[in-house]
Design a protein around this ligand. Structure first.
Ligand code: GDP
Ligand code: MG
Ligand code: ZN
Length: 327
């Protein structure tokens, strides 16, 4: 019989909450000394490379991980015996600039960045940072502008046109007036989405409107309860209702972009609309600043690339060169 499997919802230190595939939520801890060899033997044959990598990461279990579980007869406690290879991840380096990788979330399909059309005013530079983080992790991203009833959709579309041009879907929504909810729900259903954005923009309101019964505060509560006891392991995965499937992952830590070690030499590639121009610069290592024959600058001057997004690129580059970005 194959062991039951589930998805890690959250946890700190040794105890993890897991949504089993049969729908039950259980607490589980990692089986004592799970090692590569154990994992390989459990699979009963030659270890594939992805299996070895997965075993390497067992001790860095993350929200969204798919795990196999086991329970001894007569026992009430579940043990996590294996972690399945990840199809994607949102990762950053360890705080303090160490070499260790910190996995914020596993098996992520998309990053959904929420801002408000007004109240609070949107902060495009902050949006750009979120999108860069998604790109650096090779994750799809989409932009949600909530409270659209305050300024009207036409104004929002014009203001965020550069993002659509760059290839990011932009959703105009109002949790209050019930605008754009179905289209957004369709993009979340059945997928694993990291939901992020500043506070006050209406994330909780949107989730309530889209999926009644899903309460983003669940993760926030466990965060504050555990504060100072353990390093937080990266937020909370909220299972979407049965018919929808999928998970919404709430990751408070995503905001501390200052702790993300992004490779400065790749920053230009994390702005998708710059990519078609990069090969045309005279210098292969062009920083797209004051270099002669810079195709990026030319594209900005010709209005092909948004001057605001280019400005974001330059600011972020300066920050990455000087010191870890702080915001
Ligand atoms: N005008 C307007 N206000 C909204 C909308 N969605 C949420 N709000 C309000 O914005 C405030 C913050 O909402 P909340 O969901 O807590 O934001 P969160 O911090 O991102 O989770 C609350 O007062 C909400 O009632 C909207 O579509 N339009
Ligand atoms: Mg909230
Ligand atoms: Zn250039």
């Amino acid at each position: 019989m194959t062991p039951p499997e589930g998805t890690v919802l959250g946890g700190t230190g040794g105890v993890w909450r897991v949504r089993m595939d049969d729908g039950a939520d259980v607490e589980a801890s990692i089986r004592g000394r799970l090692k590569k060899s154990d994992y390989g033997r459990r699979e009963g044959g030659a270890m594939r490379r992805d299996t070895v990598e997965a075993a390497d990461r067992v001790l860095k279990l993350a929200v969204g991980d798919r795990v196999a579980l086991e329970r001894a007869e007569g026992d009430t406690a579940w043990a996590i015996t294996a972690i399945q290879p990840r199809r994607s991840q949102l990762a950053r380096r360890a705080p303090g600039g160490g070499h260790g990788e910190r996995i914020v979330a596993a098996n992520v399909d998309q990053v959904v960045v929420v801002f408000a059309a007004a109240k609070p005013e949107p902060h495009p530079r902050m949006l750009d940072r979120f999108l860069v983080i998604a790109e650096a992790n090779e994750l799809a991203a989409r932009v949600v502008i909530n409270k659209v009833e305050l300024v009207g959709e036409a104004v929002v579309r014009a203001r965020f046109a550069a993002y659509e041009q760059a290839g990011y879907p932009v959703h105009c929504t109002s949790a209050k007036a019930g605008i754009g909810l179905e289209a957004l729900r369709d993009t979340l259903a059945g997928r694993v989405s990291v939901l992020t954005g500043p506070s006050g923009v209406g994330k909780s309101s949107l989730v309530n409107a889209l999926f009644p019964g899903v309460d983003l505060r669940v993760g926030e509560i466990s965060e504050s309860v555990n504060k100072g006891r353990h390093t937080t392991v990266g937020g909370h995965a909220h299972p979407l209702p049965d018919a929808a499937g999928g998970f919404l992952i709430d990751t408070p830590g995503l905001r501390e972009v200052g702790m993300w070690s992004l490779p400065v030499e790749s920053l230009d590639r994390f702005f998708p609309e710059l990519r078609p121009h990069l090969e045309q610069c005279r210098f292969g290592d062009c920083a797209h600043d004051a270099e002669p024959d810079c195709a990026v600058r030319t594209a900005v001057e010709a209005g092909q690339v948004s001057a605001e997004r280019y400005d974001s690129y330059r600011r972020l580059r300066t920050e990455l060169e000087d010191e870890p970005p702080v915001w």
